[in-house]
Design a protein around this ligand. Structure first.
Ligand code: NAP
Length: 317
């Protein structure tokens, strides 16, 4: 396993992180809790020490499954990074943002309880909330740091401007963002601000929700309880335009004795600014496969070719 420092901290986190959205079991197709726990255990054995989750993933289920994957001793060796700030309105049946003092105070206790730990190593703001003053959110988080409820603060789905604004109120160590061959939007503004402020970049959706593994096609039908029915990747248009990229991943895979998924993850790791790639993992096989992205490199020509092909797929900002 390879490890890198998180932001300006002394925490060394694995370059492959365990993405905990699927194991929430609510919104990512077929998931089996027993397999999820085995996946966490397999990831630990393989050297993964960074586990990303959120209070909204399965309404706490992802956090609870993670906690079940480790012995109390193992828990001391891992960083369970959770997120807060997206809530569910049961009446309207939709999510909303909340970064208020009142909510954070309750959310942190709930996550600590679910994760069965006394301090959250990295507490990440899941999405911005334009209704709450930045000072209110950051003062609350700094007080949680003082009280040893959390160690470090991270953000996710922020624009570069917002990162600049938040950093005026306190230190944010990492920014989570979508980054994969099909979605390179973050390179333009987010990568430069993270470099300037010495923040870690944590990339999510490396496989474009599984699309870049090459196992899905235009005929794929996902069950109703799968976010991929509503997401940006599994539209007819993107599926069609991604076909030559998947063919290229397969070609490179044959050359390096790797799977298309491993090549797609490698493309991300080969960017010098990436600290950690979060791979959504459902079972031990997927954990093991993710690790095959380490220990080798694409040549700069190969990476450039994939980047160029991916840039043709334009997502609206
Ligand atoms: N901060 C945020 O707002 C945010 C947003 C999205 C994600 N994230 C984080 O980033 C993590 C990863 O992103 P993601 O889950 O959206 O997408 P992803 O990692 O691109 O795709 C994950 C899906 O791909 C499939 N897969 C995984 N390994 C595979 C392999 N070796 N071969 C073939 N298929 C494989 C699995 O689904 P199937 O087996 O069903 O195909 C898995 O659920 C999340 O779990 C979460 O922790 C954060």
């Amino acid at each position: 396993m390879e490890y890198q420092k998180l932001g300006q901290t002394n925490l060394c986190i694995s370059r492959i992180g365990f993405g905990g959205a699927p194991i929430g079991g609510a919104d990512y197709g077929k998931v089996n809790d027993q397999q999820s726990i085995l996946a966490v255990k397999a990831a630990y054995k393989l050297g993964i020490n960074f586990y990303d989750t959120a209070d909204i993933y399965g309404f706490g289920h992802s956090e609870k499954i993670l906690a079940k994957g480790f012995s109390p001793k193992e828990k001391k060796n891992v960083f369970m990074a959770t997120k807060f700030g997206v809530r569910w309105d049961y009446k309207k049946n939709k999510s909303y943002r909340d970064l208020s003092h009142c909510y954070i105070k309750k959310a942190v206790e709930k996550s600590l309880f679910n994760l069965k730990i006394s301090t959250i190593p990295l507490y990440q703001i899941h999405y911005p909330d334009p209704e709450t003053p930045i000072s209110e959110t950051m003062e609350t988080l700094k007080k949680l740091q003082k009280d040893d409820k959390i160690n470090f603060i991270g953000c996710s789905n922020f624009t570069a401007d917002l990162i600049k604004k938040y950093q005026k109120y306190g230190r944010i160590e990492s920014a989570q963002m979508s980054y994969n061959i099909l979605d390179q939007r973050a390179e333009k503004n987010l990568f430069p601000i993270c470099k300037k402020l010495k923040m870690s970049i944590i990339a999510y959706s490396p496989l474009a929700q599984g699309l870049l593994s090459g196992k899905y096609g235009e005929k794929t039908k996902f069950p109703n309880n799968d976010r991929r029915n509503r997401g940006i990747y599994f539209t007819k248009e993107i599926l069609k335009r991604a076909t030559p990229i998947i063919a290229e991943l397969k070609k490179l895979g044959r050359q390096y004795h790797k799977t298309p998924a491993q090549v797609a993850i490698r493309w991300i790791l080969d960017h010098p600014q990436i600290t950690c790639v979060l791979v959504g993992i459902k079972n031990p096989k997927q954990a093991k496969e993710a690790l095959g992205a380490l220990g080798w490199r694409l040549t700069s020509e190969e990476r450039k070719k994939l980047s160029k092909m991916g840039k043709k797929i334009i997502f609206k900002d």
